[in-house]
Design a protein around this ligand. Sequence first.
Ligand SMILES: NC(=O)c1ccc[n+]([C@@H]2O[C@H](COP(=O)([O-])OP(=O)(O)OC[C@H]3O[C@@H](n4cnc5c(N)ncnc54)[C@H](OP(=O)(O)O)[C@@H]3O)[C@@H](O)[C@H]2O)c1
Length: 337
Amino acid sequence: MTAFIDPKSVPQRKLYTGEYIPGIGMGTFGSDRFTPDQVSAAVAGAIEVGYRLFDCAAVYGNEDLIGEVFQAAFDKGTVKREELFITTKVWNDMHGKGDVLLSCAKSLRDLHLDCIDLFFVHWPFPNYHAPGCDGDSRNPNSKPFSVDEFMNTWRQCEKLVDMGLVRYIGMSNMTIPKLEAVLPLCRIKPVAIEMELHPCFQQPELFDYCIAHEIQPIGFCPIGSPTRPDRDKTPDDVADIQVPELVEIAKAHNVHPAVICLKWAVQRGQIPIPFSIHENEYVSNLKCTTEDPLTDEEMAVLKSIDKNNRLIKGQVFLWEGANDWEDLWDLDGTITK
Ligand SMILES: NC(=O)c1ccc[n+]([C@@H]2O[C@H](COP(=O)([O-])OP(=O)(O)OC[C@H]3O[C@@H](n4cnc5c(N)ncnc54)[C@H](OP(=O)(O)O)[C@@H]3O)[C@@H](O)[C@H]2O)c1
């Protein structure tokens, strides 16, 4: 029999609106390694075992199949629509006037939904690269971040809320300088920021900034994305699940190190969105949030292993005149132009 983890036993997070949402979800980015069919089959299995939050995106190229899975689950009565919290994201080539609505309409159609729970701006600039392109490829039309351009995109997202097509809006791949520039201009505040978060990349300043502004951090690559495409790997990257202190804690709890990454994430307060097509993995990823918590001492050890190791560097979004990928992340505290 398939395992079932009661969604009521899974930790919840309170949004600034007062609504509670699941404290862990499932990612759906199959990338080069997993086919859309494998990803949608995993989503079907994940609903059955008790996942209630799914992180989708137009650019993942699988929303149509995932939508069929949602529809089948609603038809079968496995889950009611209002029991799921579904996010999606507008891709960089759909930031222009009128395009955000088109992107949202396509995601709604593909996902078989009347309303999206949380709609993200995937990256804060319209710099487009074709899925699967080489890490060295550059788009000559790429531009540095512009507050005006971003706000034009955000205004369209706000309109989606007004129209009842999405319930909440959020931002992804932001930095503190960019948030400082745009938050005061928002009519509707982002309810969440999606950002890379794993034990070797804890982003404490950005995480604390979000908490201080009552914006929920959602952590991507929570296990250190071991299956990300080779083009996103560099020789300096550290594998979270091989860090000795983390492996030691995993041994003490008799679990895979991946599970320790997720316990840490949930106990710290972000919402991790691990991905896996393997039932044993996605079951243990959800179950681990309901039992055998890490001790304060273990949380302190994990806090100390941060290596500031960003995995998704975003180099394919660089514009002409930019130095290197660090320019995307405003490391000197100002927006890099
Ligand atoms: N907003 C953004 O820009 C952005 C960027 C990147 C990702 N995301 C989102 O974040 C999600 C997660 O990121 P990710 O998929 O890159 O990385 P991840 O969740 O850190 O890593 C996924 C990989 O970890 C392994 N894994 C998962 N559970 C495991 C377990 N219990 N034991 C052992 N191994 C386990 C699986 O590899 P094996 O198959 O080899 O077991 C799986 O493919 C994505 O799917 C996507 O929804 C968003």
